[in-house]
Design a protein. Structure first.
Length: 324
């Protein structure tokens, strides 16, 4: 005789649950994660490490970054191979130029990301078509990864600055207008672009002030304090001097160009906060800034938008450069 309230469904359900636990006993006990001591804002160490590791928030990272490579190959097949120029004396200090057919054309210098550790100019050709077709030159510099610089970000930042200075000095030789140079960057490249935008060009390069006429910093970092506290300090040798010098957020007085800032809603909370705080500080300082939020995009998908003239970022950068 069945016990009251016991049905065939409950018996089968209990049996199924037991079988599941037998196959995966870890499911029986899943204790809630205990939050550790706060390290930055409300984040403990594990949360902060994750907040500066975009792969945790982007399960399709390999798929998207794989598209960078294949789409860059496709763009080169259509536009032709770029012209390669040296902006410095070491082998890595070269840049790829995708030239438009127009003369005296504006120039966009794109600084690629890669957590300061990886990436090559050849794999970031995919946005070139947008600029070339709109009548602008597209330049992608290579620069040394931080692990080859003894963990010091300063030489990398200086290489990016020297590449921009080279473009200004040599623009006329490839049909570019030195008075219409724009700088874009994504991720750690947005950090480096942000640092380039606070350069004292007269003091450091004997060039006129304000050689860059506009910038796009997409999904970047602008204050290195929380980055220094994260797992990125395992390969970047942060010091107080490096943290301060390369935190663009702390040098708003040096920013003299209109800036577009952007992040995706599927990026880590820290990358979203960095962009949001940067935009708010620039606005509070009374300087021109456009803040864009891409709904439904993760970190790695954001940079693909720069190559699409109909996208949030592609249309914004074309408008900034007065193209299209």
């Amino acid at each position: 005789m069945k016990s009251p309230g016991v049905t065939r469904r409950t018996v089968l359900g209990a049996a199924a649950a037991g079988a599941l636990l037998a196959m995966a006993p870890g499911l029986a006990q899943q204790p809630a994660r205990v939050k550790g001591p706060r390290v930055w804002l409300d984040l403990d160490q594990a949360e902060l490490d994750d907040a500066y590791d975009q792969s945790v928030y982007a399960p399709n990272q390999r798929q998207v970054t794989g598209r960078y490579v294949t789409n860059s190959e496709a763009v080169r097949a259509r536009l032709g191979a770029p012209r390669r120029f040296a902006y410095g004396s070491t082998p890595i200090e070269g840049l790829d130029l995708y030239a438009t057919k127009r003369s005296n054309a504006p120039i966009n210098v794109f600084v690629h990301g890669g957590a300061w550790r990886v990436g090559a100019a050849k794999d970031y050709a995919f946005p070139a078509e947008l600029f070339v077709n709109a009548g602008a030159h597209f330049v992608v510099p290579d620069f040394a990864p931080v692990q080859e610089l003894n963990g010091d970000l300063r030489p990398m930042a200086y290489q990016v600055r020297r590449a921009i200075a080279w473009v200004y000095r040599n623009a006329g030789s490839f049909g570019g207008d030195p008075e219409r140079i724009y700088v874009s960057g994504h991720s750690s490249g947005a950090h480096l672009a942000g640092v380039a935008l606070i350069t004292d060009w007269r003091r450091d390069f004997d060039l006129p002030a304000g050689i860059v006429k506009g910038g796009l910093c997409c999904s970047g970092m602008f204050d290195l304090k929380p980055v220094r506290l994260s797992a990125r300090s395992s390969y970047v040798k942060f010091t107080d001097e490096i943290e301060d010098a390369l935190s663009a957020q702390r040098h708003l007085d040096r920013l003299d160009t209109p800036l577009i800032l952007a992040h995706g809603t599927f990026e880590t909370p820290e990358f979203q906060r960095q962009a949001r705080d940067r935009a708010a500080a620039i606005k509070a300082a009374g300087k021109p800034v456009t803040f864009l939020v891409a709904e439904g995009y993760n970190h790695f998908e954001m940079t693909e938008m720069i190559g699409n003239p109909l996208s949030l970022l592609g249309s914004a950068v074309l408008e900034q450069m007065k193209l299209g």
